[in-house]
Design a binder for this molecule. Structure first.
Ligand code: PEP
Ligand code: MG
Length: 325
């Protein structure tokens, strides 16, 4: 199968009926990056920067952060890398960062909340990203945005660091794009305020589904209880796709959904064309895309989302489709 998928890597990722789907990697370690050449993916849709912090025994210094980001961009070459700002807290534990015990860490002091509250950490990371990207384009993704003001404040931190570097006569990136993760349900109802300020958005289905269903993603007794492509969740994801289209901004799915065939089909059926996933999923997903007539699936799913479906789930509907191929 490996050799079979390897043979697909240079084929453009386009459905049989001509719809182009951008496939990207989720990553976090520099060691993963050379895999871009093996899979033929177009870039890194999600680089989880907290991994460097999680495997270290103390806070990585500015120079160590710069080195990691620069190496990642070097290996990626012309292919874009989206660096997500530190997403610490919840299931992502950094033992040497003193934190108080929280009853609900997933809903606690984490991610960009921590970043904005302890701006030293955030500023250092932003500076490292700017230094690493000197002379190149830089893409930054803000995790766990709950309200637009947090996104705006993060952009201000970035702007300040850019000014600082310029004043010091240091080179800066040739362009900077800043996007927001949509993974907290509240943000679903503020998309028309967020999107004019964002260069792109990326959906984190792992957290979005956890919070929509009030089912802890790390608790095996409930994590699988609600189908992430069940009608309510798929309707929620479609809100983001439709809002991004209204505002002419790119939207990517970077949650684990994108790497599973039936789920990826559901996402493409509601209009998503950018999927970011673990490198091992690229081959199977690409194979599905190459054999897919997407338009009729889009129609069937649109009808199901509009009217509901009698005696069948979206998953069953799509499973039929996959079998027919
Ligand atoms: C997500 O929440 O779906 C996501 C991509 O981020 P993480 O899994 O790192 O929380
Ligand atoms: Mg998340």
């Amino acid at each position: 199968r490996r050799a079979h998928y390897a043979a697909l890597k240079s084929r453009p990722s386009v459905t049989r009926d001509g719809i182009a789907i951008t496939l990207l990697h989720n990553s976090g370690l520099v060691a993963d990056l050379p895999m871009l050449d093996d899979t033929g993916a177009e870039g890194v849709g999600l680089f989880r920067t907290e991994l460097q912090f999680m495997i270290a025994s103390r806070l990585p210094r500015l120079s160590e952060q710069v080195e990691l980001y620069a190496e990642a961009m070097e290996i990626a070459g012309d292919r874009p890398v989206v660096f997500r700002l530190l997403d610490i807290g919840g299931d992502k534990v950094v033992p040497y960062l003193r934190s108080t015990v929280e009853e609900n860490p997933a809903m606690g002091y984490r991610s960009i909340r921590l970043g904005l509250d302890r701006p030293g950490l955030l500023r250092t990371q932003v500076r490292a990203l700017l230094l690493a990207a000197r002379g190149r384009p830089l893409k930054i993704l803000v995790p766990m945005v709950t309200e637009t003001f947090e996104f705006r404040q993060t952009k201000m931190v970035v702007a300040k660091e850019v000014e600082r570097l310029k004043r010091a006569g240091q080179p800066v990136p040739v362009s900077i794009e800043i996007g927001a993760m949509v993974e907290v349900p509240s943000l679903l109802f503020e998309l028309d305020q967020l999107l004019p300020e964002a260069d792109f958005v990326s959906i984190g289905s792992n957290d979005l589904v956890q919070f929509l269903t009030a089912a802890d993603r790390a608790n095996p007794r409930v994590a699988g209880s609600y189908d992430p492509i069940g009608l309510p969740r798929l309707r929620a994801i479609r809100l983001v796709v439709d809002a991004a289209a209204r505002h002419g901004k790119p939207v990517t799915m970077c949650g684990e959904l994108a790497g599973r065939p039936i789920e990826a089909l559901a996402l493409m059926a509601i209009g998503m064309t950018r999927l970011s996933m673990g490198p091992a999923s690229i081959g199977p997903i690409k194979e599905m895309i190459l054999n897919l007539d997407l338009r009729p699936v889009r129609e069937a799913v649109a009808a199901a989302l509009r009217d509901g479906i009698e005696g069948m789930t979206i998953r069953e509907l799509l499973a039929h489709w996959v079998e027919k191929q």
